[in-house]
Design a binder for this molecule. Sequence first.
Ligand SMILES: [Fe+2]
Ligand SMILES: [Fe+2]
Length: 470
Amino acid sequence: MSSIDYAEKIPNNVNLQNDRTLQRALEHWQPQFLQWWHEMGPTDFELANVYLRTAISVDAQGWAHYGTLKMPDYRWGIFLADAVAERKIGFGDQMGEPVWQQVPGEYRSTLRRLIVTQGDTEPASVEQQRMLGHTCPSLYDLRNLFQINVEEGRHLWAMVYLLHAYFGRDGREEAEELLTRHSGDENKPRILTTFNEPMTDWLSLFCFTYFTDRDGKFQLKSFAESAFDPLSRTCRFMLTEEAHHMFVGETGISRVVKRTLEVMKELGTDDAARIRAHGAIDLPTVQKYLNFWCSSSLDLFGSEISSNSAASFASGMKGRPDEATYEDHVLRDVAKTVSTPQGDETVPMLNALNEVMREAYLKDCEIGLKRWNRMIERAGYALRLSLPSSRFRRSIGPWAGVPVDTHGKMVARQEYERRLEDWIPSERDRAFVHSLMQKVVEPGKMAAWIAPPERGVNNLALDYEYVHLH
Ligand SMILES: [Fe+2]
Ligand SMILES: [Fe+2]
């Protein structure tokens, strides 16, 4: 197992000290990153002492160290999972051949684009979440937000390392660009739409970490299969950190649902207006937030029919998540039927891999829904939360711009426009949710719209002062 050298300016387990050129290039980028964090990160909390975990090894057991520090002092570093000896390409036309330790010339621009697109999402989410600290429902939640933020910062480092180490001058330029695009910026937005959506309330944060970080998980899993071994090793370790982000989403929504059910029981009603008047978020509003962030995240997988996905897979650049669980790893003689507004279309499987990934993703998304619906059922209510159809509100692929309802049924454009505010949060819904967002920072206290978590962080008490504000 490779250990991480923390004496270095840039903590790493990639022997940076033995590559002076690369080390100098990254040390040149480091102050730019810190400047970006200072301007675009959770800026107003730079003096707060936060109980954070930091990666100290890439060993699955005990990889993290917990301690209190100020976020700008976080040790962002470069950590790759250990190399697998004799690793072979696990899919595509070059299956069985040794993996690549360098980027093959013919795949250079595609791999760079894939890495830049992934890399761009990491700082984007920090930018999206930068004001949320001011409306945290508890210190526990505030700490979790900051934990996610510093780790997304580290994920940026992970991608920037690959750009610097393997893509020469182009890679260094891309690394700088990653700090100059900004979420929601009119002139220089982030690459993917979901990462330009404003995020001004914690229900959105929980939905984002549930749906969008889960897209991240699927992307990282497919890169973990890559024939480009440094990318595979980088992403394997990122997945360890990513699990916490989805935990925040799943437990966050659970706690919202739990609190709403308590209020419904107390009042003996499921009337939305009365639940709202009592300071909780009615379940139909939760459903609208799920619809919004799920449909937005579905676009991140790309078009249902895609020659890019075929090329990335056939060449070995990007596999399917959990590639080993499939039987056929070459996919040259198989087809898949994909639904389009014009009817079903049968295409080579290689061209339908975005859809394969999207289907696996939606299955993974169902897990939380089952949990929340069990809670609702036990409380004795008939309502069930659900995922929107993957055709709903799409901006990419054959269903882009097609008016369909949340069940995937085509409706008249006028009806769609009229009913959209029944399906995704309306201005009024957002205004109501915003009205609940009041900062609660007394240790152990929770905002009224959310139930406390089942346990604290790292076995600490719930009323531990996870963030010490000044
Ligand atoms: Fe990330
Ligand atoms: Fe994440």
